[in-house]
Design a protein around this ligand. Structure first.
Ligand code: HEM
Length: 510
């Protein structure tokens, strides 16, 4: 044990204090940091699948299809590899990561097992990579696809277990029922996928009939209710909308259940869902736009327009051009639109209170995405049906616009993740009465800095007592407390959040 490692008496005493029953415990930053690291891993995996296996392959597919003027000119394994990487690899990873991070908290509990959260991450990322690579290289899919489907199914089951802390249903609200309906949809999708790949197909292609069923479930039974549920949670606060109507949401959910086998009912479900969210009603309070592009609320509303377009096109016809346009109105217009607008507003705060790298890139990526999606959805049916041959020339433009949007979004979030954690307090708040544990757990680089300043015990200790103040730690080693406070203050000035710097400058005066 660390306590026995020849640590100073003050440390031993602090460990004893920590162990005392009934001791008033200060907020421990460590669990939140661990959870944020897990979320960061899901987001990083999602971004990777979005850019490389997802979008680059999608753009390649569309450019090939357009140059040959034929929707079937690209090998089916490439189309399916793209779809799987985007829908499950990117959107799935974002949804699972965010759900593990926030659902247990919203439901008044804790994630059941952070270790299982990491196992889920490894299984999910491994399964998506396995499925993608064996499909693209057309080798080993006979064993890899059933294995990947089993791994994804296991993650879907673990997701439900992880996000139901004991007693959770008693605290369920509208958003929880919608999100759980979506998780059930994910489970159904995974079961259909398992059926599609077992026994393994002769070639690395899922037969069209069952593939379309699976995509229909992934889009409408999984992604739609989950994004709708999270919208019911976030949008009233972020966009200043009124409280969602639970009665209308129930009607919309019923229409969704009926619409899964009868897609002509889906537009009615979408309209009722939009009405229940009051997405097109005037805001009752100003939107929360700090730290991001102030126009993002309009893009959120536009995403719901794309959702309605997707449902209408899907109800209209199953011809490849219209089905493709409907699918991308959903995936690019609705899903990517929502993630590109809400993600930059909420993710930095979830990821250990970071700041978004660039607010301007949010607006640019959303404008590019909208232009690309409009061209794609508008011209794909015309090109595929042979109504307007020149429409083939527009599709590569849509692909390049969407690619640019994706790259800017991914760059923005990756840079946000890679930038060192900002400090959200002023140098005068750096005090010797604060605990050593808090400094080191909240800002891990302070460990090295404090060791260099003379706290040699930190080098040996495997654990830090939670109640040991900086002053006690300094006295225990015979170090001047100022020798610790000064480098700490310099560190926190360097790391100060951009949002606080203007206040600091104002305080400093002209
Ligand atoms: C740069 C943007 C994108 C391009 C250029 C692109 C291109 C394509 C192309 C050419 C196809 C095959 C033909 C068709 O269905 O129209 C396709 C199918 C598909 N795409 Fe995309 N796509 C993009 C973004 C996305 C996104 C963001 C998602 C999901 C979040 C997505 C999900 C799918 C799915 C599920 C399929 C059907 C796969 C299958 O049949 O198994 N795509 N995409």
């Amino acid at each position: 044990m660390a306590q026995g490692n020849g640590l100073p008496a003050a440390w031993q005493e602090a460990f004893r204090r920590d162990a005392q029953p009934g001791r008033v415990r200060l907020a421990d930053p460590a669990p939140e940091r661990r959870l944020a690291r897990l979320l960061a891993a899901w987001i990083a995996a999602g971004l990777f699948f979005l850019v490389f296996p997802g979008t680059l392959v999608g753009v390649w597919n569309l450019i090939t299809i357009s140059s040959r003027e034929s929707g079937t000119s690209v090998p089916a394994p490439w189309v399916q590899a793209h779809g799987h990487a985007q829908l499950l690899g990117w959107v799935g990873a974002f949804i699972i990561g965010i759900s593990l991070y926030m659902l247990p908290k919203l439901r008044g509990g804790r994630l059941r097992s952070p270790a299982a959260g990491w196992l889920m991450w490894a299984l999910w990322s491994g399964a998506i990579a396995l499925r993608w690579s064996t499909g693209i290289f057309e080798a080993g899919w006979q064993w890899a696809w059933p294995a990947a489907a089993g791994m994804e199914l296991l993650v879907a089951l673990l997701l439900i277990w992880q996000t139901w802390p004991p007693g959770a249903p008693a605290r369920f609200q509208l958003r929880d029922w919608l999100i759980e309906a979506g998780f059930l949809g994910l489970l159904l999708t995974m079961l259909v996928q398992a059926q599609a790949v077992w026994p393994p197909p002769q070639a690395p292609v899922v037969p069209a009939g069952i593939n379309n069923r699976m995509l229909h479930l992934a889009v409408w039974a999984f992604c739609y209710p989950v994004v709708w549920g999270y919208s019911a949670h976030f949008l009233p606060t972020l966009l200043g909308l009124g409280k969602p109507s639970a009665r209308l949401a129930c009607i919309a959910l019923g229409l969704l259940a009926a619409g899964l086998p009868f897609p002509w009912l889906l537009p009615a479900s979408v309209l009722a869902a939009c009405w229940s969210l009051r997405i097109f009603h005037p805001s009752q309070r100003p939107a929360k736009v700090a730290g991001t592009d102030p126009r993002y609320p309009w893009f959120v509303r536009l995403s719901f327009v794309w959702l309605a377009v997707s449902a209408l096109l899907g109800a209209l016809s199953e011809s490849p051009g219209i089905a493709g346009a409907s699918r991308h109105a959903f995936t690019v217009g609705f899903l990517a639109g929502m993630i590109f607008s809400i993600g930059p507003r909420i993710l930095p705060a979830f990821l250990s209170s970071r700041e978004l790298w660039s607010a301007r890139l949010v607006g640019v990526s959303l404008a590019l995405l909208t232009a690309g999606c409009a061209l794609r959805v508008g011209f794909e049916p015309l090109a595929y049906a042979g109504v307007l041959p020149s429409a083939w020339a527009v599709l590569p433009v849509s692909a390049i616009l969407e690619l640019a949007a994706v790259l800017l979004f991914a760059l923005n979030i990756a840079k946000t993740l890679a930038t060192p954690l900002p400090a959200w307090f002023f140098q005068e708040n750096v005090k010797d009465t604060m605990t050593l544990y808090w400094y080191v757990m909240s800002y891990p680089p302070t460990r090295k800095l404090l060791i260099r300043a003379g706290l040699k015990s930190l080098e040996r200790a495997r654990r830090i007592p939670q109640s040991l103040t900086l002053r006690e730690a300094a006295e225990a080693e015979g170090v001047e407390v100022q020798a610790l406070l000064e480098p700490l203050r310099r560190f926190f000035v360097r790391r100060q959040a951009r949002a606080l710097r203007s206040t600091t400058a104002k305080r400093a005066g002209p």
